[in-house]
Ligand binder design. Structure first.
Ligand SMILES: Cc1ncc(COP(=O)(O)O)c(C=O)c1O
Length: 399
């Protein structure tokens, strides 16, 4: 069945799905258009070729390793949030493996020091603690490069949850805590401050970084501008970005890196869901086989409202429903939507633009290991660790 109706909602991003037949896949199902991914990659590749920056795919946003060969054809490598994502990079992706974590466990750091190309630390205390291990790794593999994440405390974002420069942020070293006497062995600086932003916020951020850390930049081999650049969104000033990178690299004689995540996968994938039941309590309700809390946590955390193909805002079309999941959580509600015709059990719907962040949050975000599970007997003190989760558990929840 091809769904008929509203193709003209300007907010819909995955235009290639206008004629996709949602009954061709199981439900629920993420469906990713590899052509749309490749179109994004072509734009990112152009930035790379024309600016001299190396562009990495941020696996935290989109780590569908089935498409790793395609991504590796266009970009210089990947950036990871920890050992599991970096292991995915090593197993499936080509190119450089970069990793940043807000803090590393000793065990993970020892492993990462054996294969990462760039490792970025979030504090001088972690640098001091792991310096011997990291310098020993560099002695073995001279191209291994160690960096520090800085926090220019220059906010461009509107949502505090997504703003690494918000007051009291734990992400990056602010100038007041930056000890320029401890840089022996540090080759690069990393900042990530943006979220879905255009060139002007980046330009202002770069100016803030230069004003605060200008004297250090010249001593570095590389500077990583992080992610949050909406490069593949129509209207992004790609030429301006290329110029900004060229000028920055020349000014400080550094290799620039970009690590966009969303820009790799934006406009490329939908989440197909099925209506299981319709009920009524003060208003028409529909229960879906997708859940806000299990599959789309951003709809509760941010919160944000995903668009649905062939649906409108509440009351815009004839039949308005509140859509929710099949879990027991009272708040497992996605939002209110309206449709041309009443919804019916078995009917398929498509949430728009769900390939980035939603898909990874359905598995284990950032590849952060799941807690082990143990049984303890408080009388006998007998303890059994019944289950531990590792890299394979993370990997097998994606594809
Ligand atoms: C350190 C770092 N790099 C890159 C990214 C990717 O950002 P985006 O997907 O917005 O481009 C993030 C996102 O949170 C990040 O924290």
């Amino acid at each position: 069945m091809t769904m008929a109706g509203h193709y003209d909602n300007p907010a819909l991003k995955c235009q290639s799905f206008a004629h996709f037949d949602a009954s061709r896949v199981p439900s629920p199902c993420f469906v990713v258009d590899e052509v749309a991914i490749e179109n994004n990659l072509k734009i990112l590749r152009r930035v790379q070729d024309e600016s001299g920056a190396r562009v990495l795919a941020a696996l935290k946003a989109f780590s569908m390793w089935h498409l790793a060969p395609l991504i590796s054809r266009y970009l210089s490598g990947t950036c990871s949030s920890g050992l599991h994502e970096a292991s995915l990079a090593r197993e499936f992706y080509d190119g450089e493996i970069h990793v940043f974590s807000a803090a590393y466990t000793e065990k993970d750091l020892n492993e990462l020091a054996g294969f990462a190309d760039h490792l970025v630390l979030n504090s001088f205390s972690q640098w001091q603690r792991f310096r011997p291990t990291l310098l020993a790794a560099k002695a073995q593999r001279p191209h291994f490069s160690i960096g520090l994440r800085i926090n220019p405390r220059h906010s461009e974002g509107e949502v505090a949850l997504y703003d690494p420069c918000a007051p009291c942020s734990r992400l990056g070293i602010p100038l007041s805590q930056f000890d320029a006497t401890q840089l022996d062995g540090i080759e690069g600086l990393h900042f990530h401050t943006l979220c879905e932003q255009d060139l002007a916020p980046l330009a202002r951020t770069v100016a803030a970084v230069e004003a605060q850390f200008g004297d250090v930049l010249g001593k570095m081999k590389w500077v990583n501008f992080g992610g949050g650049h909406h490069i593949t969104q129509p209207g992004y000033d790609v030429d301006g970005l290329i110029e900004l990178i060229k000028q920055f690299s020349a000014r400080h004689d550094v290799q620039v890196y970009l690590e966009p995540g969303e820009a790799v996968a934006i406009r490329s994938g939908v989440l197909v869901t099925e209506v299981l039941d319709t009920t009524w309590n003060d208003m028409p309700l529909a229960i879906l086989d997708t859940s806000a809390t299990c599959h789309m946590p951003d709809t509760l955390e941010m919160p944000y409202r995903p668009e649905i193909w062939h649906a409108g805002d509440a009351e815009q079309l004839a039949h308005t429903y509140r859509l929710g999941g099949m879990t027991c959580l009272a708040g497992d509600v996605i939002s209110d939507y309206s449709f041309d015709a009443p919804l019916a059990p078995g009917q398929r719907l498509m949430f728009d633009d769900m390939a980035h962040y939603t898909m990874v949050k359905t598995s284990t975000f950032n590849g952060i290991p799941l807690p082990a599970i143990a049984v303890w007997n408080s009388e006998t003190d007998a303890l059994t660790v019944v289950r531990e989760f590792g890299y394979d558990d993370f990997k097998m929840r994606l594809s």
